[in-house]
Every structure is written in structure tokens, then in C-alpha cells.
Design a protein around this ligand. Structure first.
Ligand code: ATP
Ligand code: MG
Length: 581
């Protein structure tokens, strides 16, 4: 069916009007509703009443010149210009040129007017006016997008960026709801911003093959979507280029749907009838295939909504701006994290320098004194005294070596976050060996009691980290019980976790010191001359955390200390360990 255009003929000659009407109604390409006026005043009145698409204006009118009427139509009455074709007599071409300069679309010499000429002139005028309207609309859209982009990119905070984008899109598209859905590294993503508060935490499980976009065939993706939703999905196709058809509200042929809109769970959760979904693609380090970060979704559920090409284009353009803003925010976050790490490293380095200068000086002085005594007075010293000096040198050198080892280990645990490599561990065997090893080094004054109860099977852990935890805790229990006594090591195996207690009857820890002991270089105020670097508990805690476990300490000065470690039996892949084996 042809579009019908409204055309107004302003001419005082009834016979001419009749001819023009006849010519135009014969146009096979266009259909017209034709209005007529025989003077300028009547023409103006009609223009005010009816929205005309084209005006055929006679230059000579009884009450006003065509030129004057043209000015009034353009300036006084309408804000948007109506295409006007001027009708002049032979010899009036100069005047016609004047009118064209003022903005008339065309002029026709009445005496030369044929059916074809008139039809073509009117058709061209309509076409030109449509293109002009489209241009104005595009410019207006560009202006809106530019303002939106400015607002979105004003912040470098991701949450703020997303919330602004959501609010802006809702304004631009005048829709019920706008959301940003972010893909996670695993298969599920979540809604990270929404114009409706209560939807903020909804997680969707409908990411079917999206992560592998490009690498997986569209066919496979389609069939998976069909399985997921039970309806034929819209094929995956890019948004651009969209056809531009002036003046015709065209439903959108291509948008990224990605199975999201058709997902039953989504529909139920959002009660959504109309969705417009575009991807948020981040540039991928020079890689031509962009990184699909998430989706920008516009919903409409109050009444029917047929999304227009314009809507999709606008959403797409906002998504491009949003992607830039997200990338900037991510870059800033990465830089800030690197800066924080650098700061942490600097603090750690200065702590190392302080510790080295404090902790190294005393043992080094002892080593130097013992060594120079041996060098200078070896002849005068008997065998046992020589042995004592050599013993001092060995003990202090060992201490210094342990200090270096511990500092390197803390550095690695705190800053580099080593990989946790769990294997199945036989706890009975592991701890029997460990306790036996400790027994060999402690003197007679200490009694090591090892108890194991419950189900100790099915434990997964990193042997190296486990050794760090328990050697440190046991050596503390022994070291801070200078008067000797029993040290209990108790392992209780539960269904999903293993709990360890290490209990001594040593010097205990003052309440005020207990809070900070798990931080590097922290020591109790009552250690007196007991050597130590204040790194053992920090190492133990970091290793426990890599196991996703927990470590706590309770102590009373003069009574003793009990450290409790609980480690889950679940291995980190989320797979339950075979606890019954
Ligand atoms: P090292 O790095 O050689 O282990 P350290 O033993 O001083 O040195 P941590 O093991 O981190 O360092 O312990 C920190 C502090 O906690 C100790 O200096 C001590 O004051 C206190 N502490 C830890 N365990 C015990 C315990 N079983 N009894 C009493 N005090 C303890
Ligand atoms: Mg220690």
C-alpha cells in the first residue's frame, strides 16, 4: 500500500487547481490527500489546521504576494520547514530564484507544466524533505548520545558508570527497565546494574555458548538455545548495519539476542514482553575479536512495544560508550592495585631493612665475638670452651639463615600468592612423622603428646603448606615453654573438616598483644630473650588461608596457649573429597 501525503494547493485560479489535482491523483507512485485554497489567508489558515507534507504555492495571489506568504509560512507559523514548490508565470524566473534562495524546494513555470513534471517535482520535494527530517533526527540523536557518553564517562568508578548508563538509557528509550548483565569467567553471569533496585542480585543461568562466541558454530549455539528455551530463537547477528527507512516505523530485523531474551527463567523473573539486548564489547589488546564483557538490556513490559531501528542503534551506541568507560575504569583499578602492591612491597622492604638491622646485629655480634676469640686465643682455650664458641657460631648462623628463609617465604605468601596444589594426604602418617621429627629435636624437659580422633580420612591439602603451618605452631609451643612441660597435639577428623589443637603450658601471651600476632614482625611483649623474628604465625595464617581454613589463638599469661586450626576437607575444585575412604 502506498503512503498518503497531504498536499496543499494555494492558487486563485480554480482551473489551474483542478489541473494540478488531476495530474497528481494520476501519479502511480504516490497517493495524495489534496487540500485547496484560493487566497493567501485561506492557505495560512489551512496550514495551521492541517499538517501538510508539500505546498504548491502560486506566486501571484490576490491578497498577498507568493513571496510574502512563503516567508510567513516558514517563519511565523512553523518551526520545521514545509517543502514549498513555487508556481510562477513565464518571465518570473528571477523572482523564482529569490524564493529558492529563501528556502523553497523548487519552482515550476506554469506554462510549461506537464503531468510528468509536476508529479516528479512533488515526489522529489517529499523525498528531500524526508531526508532532511531524517538528518535532523540523526543530529538530535548524536547530540543525545554525546551528552549520554559524557555523563557515562565522567566517572572512573565502575559502579557509578553502570548506574549512570542504566539511568541514561532509560531516559533515552523511555522504557520500563534497563539492566547491565556481566559475564563471569565461569558459565554464569549476573546483573550488575539495574534501573529497578530489587533486580540487582538476580543471577541468570542462561549463558549458552556465549563465551565461545566466534569459536563455536552459530548452529550449535542456536540448537542449545532451543533446548534451553523450547522456542525458536532469533539467530545471532550483529546489530549494524540497520536499514534506515525514512518515515516508516520498521521493526528491528537484527539484534543480538544471544538466547537471553527467550530464556524462560528470564521471562519469568522479569515478566518481560519486549527486550532489546546489545552486547558490551571491550577492545581486546589489539586483537580484532572484541572481548564480550556483558549485555545492555532494555525491557518494556507495560503494553506492547515494537522496538525501532533507532532504539537499537541508540542502545548500541550507548553500549560502545559504556564499553570505553568500563575499560577505563578497569585500567584505573588495575593501576591502583599495582600501586597498592608496590606500596605494600615498599612497606615490606623497609620492614625487612629494619628487621635485618635489628635482628642481624645481635647474632652477628655474637658470631664475630666467638670467631675472633677462637682466632686469637685458640691456644689458651680448652676443647670444651672451643666447642662452646663453635656452638654459638652455629646456632646464631642458623638463626640468621632461618630469618632470611622466613622473610622470603612471607614475601612470597603475601605478595606473590603461590598456587595451592592439593593432593590427598594421609593425616595419621603425616602428623606421626612430623611429631616424631620434633621429638628428636626437643630435650627431655618437653613431652609431646599426639592424639588423633574422628574420621581423619579423605583430607586434601598442600603438603608444603601443611608443614609450614604445623612446624611453626609446634616450634612456638616448644620455644615459649622454656620451663618444659607437656605439649598436646590433637587432631579431630570431622565429616567435612579436620580440626587441630596445639596446646602448651608455657609463658602465654598478654591479652593486648594477641590481636596483632598474625601480622608479620609482631611479637609478644613477654618474650624476653627468647629468639624469634615474629614471622612464624604470619606464615602459618597465610598457609591456612590458602587451604580456605581458619586459625585462632587463645592464651593466658603464665598458663599457656592453645592454637586451633580448622581446614576443610573439600578440595579446591569444589569436588567433595571421598571422606569415606
Ligand atoms: P619466628 O618467626 O622465628 O617464629 P616468633 O616465634 O617470634 O618468631 P611467631 O611465631 O610469629 O614469631 O609468633 C609471634 C609471637 O607470638 C611470638 O613472638 C610470641 O610472642 C607469641 N607466641 C606465639 N606462639 C606462642 C606460644 N605458643 N606461647 C607464647 N607466645 C607465643
Ligand atoms: Mg614462631
Amino acid at each position: 500500500m502506498l503512503d498518503t501525503w497531504t498536499l496543499l494547493i494555494i492558487d486563485d485560479c480554480a482551473a489551474d487547481r483542478k489541473i494540478y489535482r488531476r495530474y497528481l491523483l494520476k501519479d502511480p507512485h504516490q497517493s495524495y490527500q489534496i487540500l485547496e485554497a484560493d487566497c493567501a489567508e485561506e492557505g495560512l489558515a489551512l496550514c495551521q489546521k492541517v499538517r501538510c507534507d508539500v505546498i504548491l504555492l502560486d506566486f501571484c495571489l490576490p491578497d498577498m504576494s507568493g513571496l510574502e506568504l512563503f516567508d510567513r509560512i516558514q517563519q511565523e507559523i512553523f518551526k520545521t520547514s514545509i517543502p514549498v514548490i513555487m508556481l510562477t508565470g513565464r518571465g518570473d524566473e528571477e523572482i523564482a530564484v529569490q524564493v529558492m534562495k529563501r528556502g523553497a524546494l523548487d519552482y515550476l513555470v506554469k506554462q510549461n507544466l506537464t503531468q510528468d513534471v509536476l508529479q516528479l517535482a512533488v515526489r522529489n520535494a517529499i523525498k528531500q524533505s524526508c531526508l532532511q527530517a531524517q538528518l535532523i533526527k540523526t543530529q538530535e540523536r548524536q547530540r543525545l548520545i554525546a551528552t549520554t557518553a559524557l555523563r557515562i564517562r565522567q566517572s572512573l568508578n565502575l559502579e557509578q558508570i553502570l548506574n549512570t548508563a542504566v539511568a541514561e538509557v532509560q531516559q533515552l528509550l523511555k522504557c520500563d527497565r534497563v539492566m547491565v548483565y556481566q559475564f563471569a569467567p565461569d558459565t554464569n553471569g549476573k546483573i550488575v546494574a539495574s534501573s529497578v533496585e530489587s533486580y540487582r542480585t538476580v543471577a541468570l543461568c542462561d549463558r549458552v555458548g556465549i563465551g565461545e562466541q566466534g569459536s563455536r558454530g552459530a548452529e550449535e549455539q542456536r540448537s542449545r538455545e532451543e533446548v534451553a528455551v523450547g522456542v525458536s530463537p532469533v539467530p545471532l547477528r550483529p546489530c549494524a548495519p540497520l536499514p534506515l527507512v525514512p518515515n516508516s516505523p520498521s521493526p528491528i530485523p537484527y539484534i543480538y539476542e544471544l538466547g537471553l531474551c527467550n530464556c524462560v527463567s528470564l521471562k519469568e523473573q522479569f515478566n518481560t514482553k519486549a527486550n532489546l539486548v546489545v552486547p558490551i564489547n571491550l577492545s581486546n589488546n589489539g586483537n580484532p575479536t572484541p572481548k564480550l564483557w556483558g549485555l545492555l538490556i532494555a525491557h518494556h513490559n507495560s503494553g506492547e512495544r515494537h522496538w525501532q531501528t533507532d532504539d537499537a542503534e541508540m542502545l548500541n551506541e550507548v553500549s560502545v560508550q559504556l564499553a570505553i568507560a568500563i575499560q577505563q575504569a578497569e585500567l584505573l583499578a588495575q593501576t591502583q592495585a599495582a600501586l597498592a602492591k608496590e606500596k605494600q612491597l615498599n612497606v615490606f622492604k623497609s620492614q625487612i631493612i629494619t628487621t635485618v638491622s635489628h635482628e642481624y646485629r645481635t647474632p652477628l655480634t655474637s658470631i664475630l665475638a666467638a670467631a675472633s676469640t677462637l682466632v686469637k686465643h685458640r691456644q689458651q682455650l680448652d676443647e670444651s670452651k672451643q666447642q662452646r664458641f663453635l656452638g654459638i657460631i652455629e646456632q646464631k648462623a642458623r638463626y640468621m639463615s632461618k630469618l632470611v628463609d622466613n622473610m622470603l617465604l612471607v614475601n612470597q605468601l603475601e605478595l606473590e600468592k603461590p598456587k595451592f596444589k592439593p593432593i590427598s594426604v594421609n593425616l595419621l602418617q603425616f602428623f606421626s612423622d612430623l611429631v616424631e621429627q620434633e621429638r628428636e629435636t626437643v630435650g627431655d624437659r618437653h613431652e609431646l603428646i599426639f592424639k588423633i580422633t574422628g574420621n581423619h580420612h579423605g583430607f586434601w591439602g598442600d603438603r608444603g603448606l601443611l608443614q609450614q603451618i604445623f612446624i611453626n605452631l609446634m616450634s612456638n609451643a616448644i620455644k615459649y615453654s622454656p620451663d618444659g612441660g607437656s605439649i598436646e597435639f590433637h587432631l579431630i577428623g570431622k565429616e567435612s573438616e579436620a580440626i587441630f589443637y596445639i596446646k602448651d603450658r608455657g609463658i602465654g601471651i598478654p591479652m593486648a598483644d594477641q590481636e596483632n600476632l598474625f601480622q608479620s614482625f609482631s611479637r609478644g611483649s613477654n618474650v624476653d630473650t627468647i629468639p624469634g623474628t615474629g614471622l612464624g604465625l604470619a606464615i602459618a595464617k597465610a598457609c591456612v588461608e590458602l587451604h580456605s581454613g581458619n586459625i585462632t589463638l587463645s592464651s593466658e599469661v603464665g598458663q599457656g596457649t592453645k592454637v586451633t586450626v580448622s581446614l576443610p576437607k573439600i578440595c579446591p575444585t569444589g569436588q567433595l573429597s571421598p571422606s569415606s575412604t
